[in-house]
Write a protein that binds this ligand. Structure first.
Ligand code: ZN
Ligand code: ZN
Length: 349
């Protein structure tokens, strides 16, 4: 499909896409089972990207961190809009903006035609936060900052972590691994639970202090004991759920120490159901919250973190495949069938 490039309106930017990751939610949308109500057919997909500024709309002189921008600069943008006017935005909770997705999944027939990053170009809308990419941060790492990395960073900070506390991470997928690295740099002691040995090995390389294998401890009772043993009998001060398995939430409630804080991130569809024992929340006075997107400033913080620690943690050792735009469907299948963790679409491949 071809379109003439749009002229950016005031506050918007036209970028040339350098690299775009296929995210799990792209695959969901592509299959038609969107978590945000975006239809699969005739909609622009792709949101984890890094692009090079081609045309700046009137009034755009700096990114949302105040760094001056000019054509040729590399940028990343949050995948949603921050309207600034809805009740959530007025409270500063931009992560819950009610108008976040007004442009997402727009038809490629509708102006500005390039509202998804699986294309040669992408249109950054007015009120869509964007940040300049540090010169030393490569495209492939920068592209991933905009989705999972920023979300887990924000999710972790929603727990108000204090150095010396303990964090339980349920799930050693990419988000769980990122959580281990970010928490470790904050002086938090981490325990990672997963069932796959290779993922737990990876967790250690991302700085996890302890790992608990579901293969070695198949029942909840056994895992409860293992986690208690690692935390002086109290349980962890905080826990993060990034499994996408609803039953993990019940387990998290069991593990937490009294007055523990819990953030649920992985289980994000309304259809996911599990049994729950609210008594654990009551008796231990737990704080439970959920995180679905992130505050835009976390995209900036993520770029800085990735730049600073890109050589310390094995970010680039996830199995990945790099493909051209014409192989987009193949990439979607590879991610959907978990043949690779990352599939990267490079338009000029
Ligand atoms: Zn994503
Ligand atoms: Zn809003």
């Amino acid at each position: 499909m071809e379109h003439t490039l749009p002229d950016p309106e005031p506050g918007a930017i036209l970028v040339r896409v350098l690299s775009s990751n296929i995210c799990g939610s792209d695959v969901k949308n592509w299959k038609g089972g969107s978590s945000v109500g975006v239809g699969a057919s005739k909609s622009c997909q792709g949101h984890e990207f890094v692009g090079c500024i081609e045309v700046l709309g009137e009034g755009v002189t700096a990114d949302y961190a105040g760094q001056p921008v000019k054509p040729g600069d590399r940028i990343v943008a949050a995948y949603y809009i921050t309207c600034g006017e809805c009740p959530a935005c007025k409270k500063g909770r931009y992560d819950q903006c009610e108008n976040a997705y007004i442009h997402l999944g727009q038809s490629p027939e509708q102006f500005p035609f390039f509202s998804g990053t699986f294309a040669t170009h992408y249109y950054v809308f007015p009120k869509q936060h964007f940040y300049k990419v540090p010169d030393t941060l490569p495209d492939d790492l920068a592209a991933g900052a905009n989705c999972r990395f920023s979300q887990i960073y924000y999710g972790l900070e929603r727990l108000r972590p204090v150095a010396g506390e303990t964090l339980l991470i349920q799930g050693a997928g990419s988000m769980g691994l990122y959580a281990a690295a970010i928490a470790g740099e904050k002086g938090i002691s981490t325990i990672v639970i997963d069932s796959v040995a290779e993922r737990l090995e990876m967790a250690k390389r991302f700085g996890a202090d302890h790992v608990v294998s579901m293969a070695d401890f198949p029942t909840l009772e056994e895992r409860e004991k293992a986690v208690k043993d690692l935390t002086g009998g109290r349980g962890p001060d905080m826990a993060i759920e990034v499994t996408g398995v609803a039953a993990a939430v019940e387990e998290g409630l069991h593990h937490l120490a009294p007055m523990g804080r819990y953030v649920i991130i992985g289980t994000n569809t309304f259809a996911a159901q599990a049994t729950l024992s609210p008594g654990y929340i009551t008796r231990k006075s737990l704080e439970v919250t959920g995180v679905a997107r992130y505050l835009p400033e976390y995209l900036y913080k993520s770029l800085q973190f990735l730049d600073q620690f890109q050589h310390k943690y094995p970010f680039r050792e996830f199995s990945s495949a790099t493909l051209g735009l014409d192989a987009l469907e193949e990439g979607m299948s590879m991610v959907g069938e978990k043949k690779v963790i990352h599939a990267v679409i490079v338009p000029e491949f």
